[in-house]
Design a protein around this ligand. Structure first.
Ligand SMILES: NC(=O)c1ccc[n+]([C@@H]2O[C@H](COP(=O)([O-])OP(=O)(O)OC[C@H]3O[C@@H](n4cnc5c(N)ncnc54)[C@H](OP(=O)(O)O)[C@@H]3O)[C@@H](O)[C@H]2O)c1
Length: 255
């Protein structure tokens, strides 16, 4: 039955940046589809953990700062998830920050922190999960949370645009290496969603009004709008989908 192919029962997922916003909704969506979920954040992800458990799934919370993650740290982190919940078969690289400043004023700290969290951490965690899957000959799914700025340049967010464009490239590069070895690597590209990340944008009436007028769906996205696409990409229903960057954007890119 085709709907059975969307279920994730018995799989362990790791979601980064899961304390709030899109990551929290994705952790809940994966749990509702049947997965046990490890939730990682620099903030406490205990509230998200409770939501996972309310859905009858096992969960595990990791308090980590991905800004300083290195490859050894990623290996250790994935080993901790495996010990707590079983081998992770699903990785959602969702954690991300955005720093707004004109290119000429963009400091080294802003540049390096954004690249570290939005791009490097995703690479190290993907390596760590894939090494274990490939060694065991087990299938897996990696979904990166990209952005409209994986396709466009944005305004006064050069580090973010570089990181998210890099994440799209990384998605394709990893898909090319691992598609034939049982690992699907894909990305979702959210449009403009109502979370903390876009609070400053939404608080500026001129920018907010202009953006809303350009979204064909006529509204900002909600975190729950991303759940279906991510559950699909994590499921057997997406077995032949590799290296895709799936926009979930209310039609923004179609405009
Ligand atoms: N909202 C949108 O419109 C939109 C659109 C396209 C793409 N995205 C992407 O979607 C992802 C989630 O965004 P969101 O809107 O849900 O943002 P959010 O509400 O700010 O949530 C991001 C989460 O990631 C965590 N995080 C940040 N830095 C971290 C670090 N160093 N180590 C571990 N966790 C860290 C945040 O914790 P702190 O609060 O402590 O930083 C926060 O809990 C990001 O990759 C973002 O770029 C969002």
């Amino acid at each position: 039955m085709i709907l059975d192919a969307f279920r994730l029962d018995g799989r362990t997922a790791l979601v980064t940046g899961a304390a709030r916003g899109l990551g929290r909704a994705l952790a809940v969506g994966l749990a509702e589809a049947g997965a046990d979920v490890a939730v990682l954040d620099v903030l406490s992800a205990e509230e998200t953990l409770a939501l996972v458990r309310e859905r009858g799934r096992r969960g595990h919370a990791l308090a980590r700062d991905l800004a300083t993650l290195d490859p050894d740290g990623a290996d250790g982190l994935v080993a901790e998830v495996a010990a707590a919940l079983g081998e992770p078969a699903i990785l959602i690289n969702n954690a991300g920050i955005i720093r707004r400043a004109a290119a000429v004023d963009h400091g080294r700290d802003e540049w390096e922190a954004t690249l570290a969290i939005d791009l490097s951490a995703a690479f190290y965690l993907s390596q760590a999960v894939a090494r274990r899957l490939l060694a065991a000959g087990r299938p897996g799914k990696i979904v990166n949370v990209a952005s409209m700025l994986s396709f466009q340049g944005g305004v006064k967010v050069p580090a973010y645009a570089a990181a998210k464009s890099g994440l799209a490239g990384l998605t394709r590069a990893l898909a090319n290496e691992w598609a034939g070895r049982g690992i699907n690597v894909n990305a979702v590209a959210p449009g403009y969603m109502a979370t903390e990340l876009t609070a400053a944008l939404r608080a500026d009436p001129d920018r907010a009004g202009a953006m809303l007028g350009r979204i064909p769906a006529g509204r900002w996205g909600e975190p729950e709008d991303l759940q279906g696409a991510v559950v699909f990409l994590c499921s057997d229903a997406a077995a032949y989908v590799h290296g895709a960057i799936l926009p979930v954007d209310g039609g923004w890119l179609a405009w």
